[in-house]
Design a protein around this ligand. Structure first.
Ligand SMILES: [Zn+2]
Length: 458
């Protein structure tokens, strides 16, 4: 962006060009008649910056982007950028906005960034766990518990020693995780819940709570961690400030009673295999009602419609997607997997739609019933402005292919094949078309075809 343009926009928005991130402004390529090829930022950075062109020849660079577009394709090494097949007006877009619009919310976020979300913050407060106990964990995570180490840091002069083992000074990690007293509790709890607790750090301790278990068992694990931390702190205070001596046994009994209380009032549900843990903790099982369980089927379309299932996958920040086409008999017409690279799951889901519709256009399939397990991504069919800026041109192109599209949501249990294909995308190179499904997916494919129901537990 040229400085005169920055000043003009700064004036319109009421900001100072020196303090506002005008380098964030970026242009998508539609016609390219108003975009300077060299000075405008249409590639994420201007070509001047990307190619480090000497200042002396900047004035001679007057080409516009339209000069390098021929038949909808960019005649550039960066031809991965997709040009439109039908003319579109040029427009300025806001790079860091999902819908390309600069809203006051985005501007405020830039000037005053939102606080960082703490992953544990929303997890530790549960209706089945007394807030006074969760509060101890909250204080620990914020470094607010008045241990000797913490008091010293705030200027209190004290002689510190662990009240339990009398071997070392009292720090957070020692008191709650590494002291023989605490270790004994974590070991005992791990045996009781059939889950080894990682006591390397508090984050690792919370990370030990299993995610793929029934909701009642998850509540019990969380309650066990919180009640144990609370129990250790109470035992320490009792040793320091009262005549009573809190033994390891009495602390365990207190923790066990508290876990049992939380497990019984939890609103979570259990499964049959949880019986051992629930019995050991004296917690009554909260079984699911049959009506809570949903049966999910994959349904073949009516001819001449083609059913398309897609999915996106994110591992860390690496995205991939995949999908497959099936006809009215449930027979495979083809599948694809794509390794996207660093991106978001929303991008992966929408890119899967885009890629799938391009394949449909190439194969002459004009009636496509698209099914996905992402309700948010499916909104792009209702509201086109949700399509990410980088996919604008591609989306514009597939919309002009004359494909009739029905979109619908399906639970993940009914989208198994696409789910596995999306996961496969992480190990492939670029975009791969498959005319035969990999062996690992064939069982699910035939289960889908035979109308086999999959249960979805609440
Ligand atoms: Zn100790």
């Amino acid at each position: 962006m040229t400085s005169s343009r920055s000043q003009m926009i700064a004036g319109m928005l009421g900001f100072s060009a020196g303090t506002f991130p005008f380098s964030y402004l970026k242009c998508p390529i539609f016609k390219g008649t108003k975009i300077n090829l060299w000075t405008d930022n249409w590639l994420g950075n201007s070509l001047l910056e990307l190619l480090q062109i000497p200042l002396a020849i900047h004035n001679q660079l007057r080409a516009i982007v339209a000069d390098i577009i021929a038949d909808g394709a960019l005649l550039l090494p960066a031809a991965a950028l997709m040009g439109p097949t039908a003319p579109l007006l040029d427009s300025l877009v806001w790079l860091h906005s999902s819908n390309s619009k600069l809203t006051s919310k985005l501007a405020l976020n830039f000037l005053k960034p939102a606080v960082v979300n703490l992953p544990w913050a929303a997890v530790i407060w549960k209706s089945c766990i007394p807030p006074a106990h969760s509060f101890i964990l909250w204080c620990i995570m914020h470094g607010k518990i008045p241990t000797d180490e913490n008091l010293r840091r705030r200027g209190c002069i004290n002689v510190s020693i662990c009240s339990f083992c009398l071997r070392t000074d009292e720090s957070y990690e020692h008191l709650f995780l590494h002291c023989p007293f605490a270790k004994n509790i974590w070991l005992w709890l791990g045996g009781l819940l059939h889950t080894p607790f990682d006591i390397l750090s508090f984050a690792a301790l919370l990370g030990s709570i299993p995610q793929n278990c029934s909701s009642q068992i998850h509540d019990i694990h969380l309650a066990a961690v919180i009640h144990s931390l609370h129990g250790i702190w109470m035992a320490r205070n009792s040793l320091r400030f009262t005549d009573q001596t809190a033994s390891l046994h009495s602390t365990k009994v207190h923790i066990l009673v508290a876990i049992s209380f939380s497990g019984n009032i939890s609103t979570g549900k259990c499964i049959v295999s949880d019986a051992n843990i629930l019995d050991a903790l004296l917690v009554s099982p909260h079984n699911r009602r049959v009506s809570d369980i949903l049966m999910v089927y994959w349904k073949a379309p009516l001819a001449p419609w083609i059913k398309l299932n897609t999915d996106g996958s994110l591992i860390g920040s690496h995205a991939a997607c995949g999908g497959l086409f099936r006809d009215h008999r449930g027979s495979l017409l083809g599948a694809f997997v794509c390794n996207i690279g660093t991106s978001t799951v929303f991008y992966a889901e929408v890119y899967a739609f885009l890629l799938a519709l391009e394949y449909a256009a190439q194969n002459g399939w004009r009636n496509v019933w698209l099914e996905s397990d992402s309700t948010i991504a499916l909104l792009v069919f209702k509201n086109r402005s949700l399509v990410l800026v980088l996919l604008h041109n591609g989306w514009h192109n597939v919309c002009n292919q004359g494909i009739q599209i029905i979109s619908s949501h399906v639970f993940r249990e009914g989208n198994c094949c696409a789910y596995f294909l999306a996961n496969m995308g992480h190990t492939t190179q670029g975009n791969v078309w498959l005319s035969v499904l990999p062996q690992t997916i064939q069982t699910d494919f035939f289960l889908d075809r035979s109308g086999f129901p999959r249960s979805r537990l609440p």
